[in-house]
Every structure is written in C-alpha cells, then in structure tokens.
Design a protein around this ligand. Structure first.
Ligand SMILES: Cc1cc2nc3c(=O)[nH]c(=O)nc-3n(C[C@H](O)[C@H](O)[C@H](O)COP(=O)(O)OP(=O)(O)OC[C@H]3O[C@@H](n4cnc5c(N)ncnc54)[C@H](O)[C@@H]3O)c2cc1C
Length: 423
C-alpha cells in the first residue's frame, strides 16, 4: 500500500547492513499488512491473531531462538527492529508479540526436550500464542515476595494449582501460559517459587474476564483463576524452586524489547508533529517558524535519538552475552518516559486536531476528520505510550534497580549512622 508519508530516518551507523535490510523488509510488511488494519483493530478492539500467523510465515517469531530448535538465531537486535517498526503502527501487536515470545523463552532455556518439541514450534510458526502469568491482585511490583498462587503435589507427583492472576496480556487468547506459583510456602518466595507450562484446556483454568484498557486497544489483558487446576508433573519447567531464576533470566530481554516498542511510538509522534508544524499556517506562517514549536521538535529528536542509542546498547550487551540488567533497565525507563513526553508534545503541536479521534468510516476502515482526511493518531499514541512505564517492571522499581547497580559497581556500601559524612 502506497502511503503519503515522510518517515523520520532510522538509519543508524550502529546498525549493520543486514539489520537495516531487515528493518526495510519489516517496514514494508507493516505498511502493506498492519497499517491498513490499525484503525479497525483500534475501533473494534480486535485481537490481531491473524497477524501472528503472518509474522510466523515470515520468520519474524524465530529471531530470538537458536537454529537447533527451529529459530534463526538473529538475536535481540533483530527483535528491537521488529518491536520498533510494529509499534510505530500497532502498539497492541508489539505488546502481544512480546508476551508470546517471553512466554516461550523460559521454555527454550529451561525446558526439557519434550517440552521444547511440544510447545515451541507452534509459537515460532504463529499458530500458538503465549502468555506470561506472574501478577496477582496482591502481588504486583513485589511479585516474588507476595505471590499467593499455590501449587501442591498430589499422590502421583502431579500439581494441583489454586490462585488467581490478573493483568495477563494475551490471557484469554493464549494457547499456553508460563505460570509462576509457590511450591514451598514454608520458605521465602524467591526460593519457594516454581514455573509451569499451562495449556488453555487444562481443567480448572477459568478465564474470568478481559480488562477494559485505557489504550492499546486490540490487546487482551485478562483476569484468570485456577480452581484445583491439575498440571501434569511433566509441565514443571526446570526444577522445583527455580521460579525466580527463570523469571529473572528473561527480564533483560523483555525490558529491551519494551523499550524498543516505546521508541517506535516516539518516532511516530515526532513524524506527526514535524509534518503538522511544517504545513499548519498561523499568523501567515508555518508554525515551525515559531521557535516555541521548532525547539520542541528539536527536543523530541534529541530524546528519540538518545533512546534509540541506549536501546541499541542494551541489545548489543545482551547479544554479547554480558550482564545487561542495568542497561536494559535504563533503556526501558528512558524510552518509556520519552515516548510519553513525545506523545504529549506532538499532541500539543497538533493543537485541537491532536485531540481528535475522528469519526469511524466503515467504508475505508479508518477514522476520518471532518475534512475527510485521516484522523491524527496523536491521542492514540498518547494513551498507548502511557502503558510503557508500567509494564516489564514499573519505572520506579527499575530506578531502584539502577541506583542499586550504580552503588554496587562503585563498591559504595550503605553508610552507617556513625560514619563521617564529610567527602
Ligand atoms: C496492560 C498491562 C499488561 C500487563 N501484562 C502483564 C503480563 O502479561 N503478565 C504479568 O504477569 N503482568 C502483567 N502486567 C502487570 C504489570 O507487570 C504490573 O501492573 C506491574 O508490575 C505493577 O504492579 P501493580 O500494577 O500491582 O502496581 P503496584 O505494585 O501496586 O505499584 C503501584 C505503584 O507503586 C509503585 N511502587 C511499588 N513498590 C514500590 C517501591 N518499592 N518503591 C517505589 N515505588 C513502588 C509502583 O512503581 C507503582 O507506581 C500488565 C499490566 C498492564 C497494565
């Protein structure tokens, strides 16, 4: 589909030729297949399941997986390109994609041969969708310390799980869920927690309802309960008590992809703002001629370029097999903060039009403005980007982790009351 659009350049000297080629290919697919559906997904709050199959056919779901299990082993740098390009157009698809992938990465790393053979081909082909089940009504940021979902062994060594999970992305659409539960309540959560692979048809799994979200329409976010749900012993991931290790293992990649998704939103916001500032005439001039506007465009570009570089640094660190916990947290905090700031600025630069959702036009499948042009998507980006600072670890929790790393790296112990505070 040819669209009249002026992209903000994404060529980055840090990106290899192969990565840039991949970006071009993904962008072409996004424009042909995702862009035409973006408004309808928003309007009808449709879960874009068929696009998973498309991504599977194109090999996009394989980039983080090794060749030995059917992946293409391209690495997280390819993952951030996908997240950035797709998020630019349909935030719901990136969020759903991230959760499906991060449901399966623990299976890839800690699963038995049988588990890998049984569950991963479906995810990599896009036929199955995955979800990650951690958060509970009483266990949010303190998910490890406050988890109440309990898995008890029965006489055959299988597990009976009772409890509830909320805010689970893809929950009602998922074919499999990697689910965390307490197997030993007599010890602290970080040693008493285990991880299970749960299939959607397991008896006792109750999808209570999907939540009504502020934005990112099309994403399914679910409240579920487990009522004496029987999970065969073969579906324990790794060993009992390994839940925390499995959880922490995937977080750096999850945060880096979440950050890349945020840069896609920030880029779209910048593009809309720059185009609008260029063509909107007030006081007989394009509004870009007013420094109050053009400097805001400059600030958006500064933030976006900085975020993209940090995200790239986090991805390179992970691909190099190095410890990425601080840099991935920095990437996630910064990119999500600036995505919302850029959305806010773009909305302001677009003035009243920025606040418009437009009228739904069934024939074109688009939201249209009163003059028949396509609605601006600033309000959608504004709502969508607000999510990024809450998921994959809230930005407050991540700031806590970052400062802890800083003090640790500088070997600065917490001073006691009796210490001399002079420098
Ligand atoms: C759309 C959406 C999708 C989600 N998808 C998933 C999913 O797929 N799987 C899943 O398991 N979960 C998912 N979540 C849950 C998400 O991970 C949690 O919302 C998040 O971890 C925060 O938990 P909470 O909402 O209970 O907030 P709380 O933990 O109650 O926090 C409330 C506020 O207090 C702050 N706070 C808490 N503790 C501290 C502290 N020690 N220091 C400073 N500030 C603190 C938080 O940063 C936050 O601002 C999703 C959430 C949303 C909204």
């Amino acid at each position: 589909m040819a669209i009249d659009y002026m992209f903000y350049p994404t060529r980055n000297v840090l990106e290899s030729e192969e990565e840039t080629k991949f970006r071009k290919e993904v962008r072409k697919w996004v424009l042909e297949k995702v862009y035409p559906e973006a408004d309808r997904v928003e309007h009808e709050k449709l879960f874009p399941r068929h696009l998973f199959k498309e991504m599977g056919n194109r090999g996009y779901l394989k980039v983080l997986f090794p060749k030995s299990i059917g992946g293409t082993e391209k690495g997280i740098k390819f993952g951030i390109i996908l997240a950035d390009e797709i998020s630019w157009c349909m935030r719901a698809l990136t969020a759903a994609l991230d959760c499906s992938i991060f449901c399966s990465i623990p299976i890839m790393r800690f699963g038995s041969e049988e588990q890998i053979k049984k569950y991963l081909p479906g995810i990599l082909s896009g036929d199955s969708i995955g979800a990650i089940g951690m958060t509970e009504p009483g266990a949010g940021s303190d998910v490890i310390g406050s988890m109440r979902t309990i898995a008890k062994k029965d006489a055959n060594g299988d597990y009976i799980i009772n409890g509830e999970k909320r805010f689970i992305t893809n929950g009602s659409e998922a074919d499999i869920i990697t689910l965390w539960a307490i197997t030993d309540p007599s010890v602290p959560g970080h040693v008493g927690m285990s991880c299970f692979i749960v299939e959607k048809d397991f008896e006792g799994l109750e999808i209570v309802r999907d939540f009504n979200l502020m934005g990112v329409y099309g994403l399914k976010n679910t409240y579920m309960k487990f009522n004496n749900m029987k999970v065969p012993k073969e579906n324990l991931l790794g060993k009992e008590g390994m839940g925390t290790k499995i959880l922490l293992d995937e977080l750096d990649s999850e945060r880096t992809l979440a950050a890349a998704g945020a840069t896609g939103l920030a880029r779209r916001a910048l593009e809309i703002a720059a185009r609008h500032a260029n063509k909107r005439i007030q006081f007989k001039k394009p509004i870009r001629n007013f420094e109050a506007i053009s400097f805001q465009i400059a600030d958006m570009a500064i933030k976006l370029e900085t975020a993209r570089n940090i995200v790239y640094q986090a991805a390179c660190t992970i691909d190099a097999g190095l410890n990425a916990s601080k840099i991935s947290a920095i990437a996630k905090v910064y990119a999500s903060d600036i995505a919302f700031e850029c959305a806010h600025t773009a909305l302001q630069i677009c003035g009243g039009l920025g606040y418009m959702k437009g009228e739904w036009d069934e024939k074109s499948g688009k939201f249209l403005l009163p003059d028949g042009s396509q609605a601006y998507v600033t309000e959608r980006i504004f709502r969508g980007s607000r999510l990024s600072s809450i998921v994959a670890g809230t930005n407050e929790i991540l700031r806590y982790l970052i400062q802890r790393e800083v003090f640790h790296e500088m070997q600065l112990k917490r001073p006691s009351e009796s210490d001399n505070w002079g420098d």
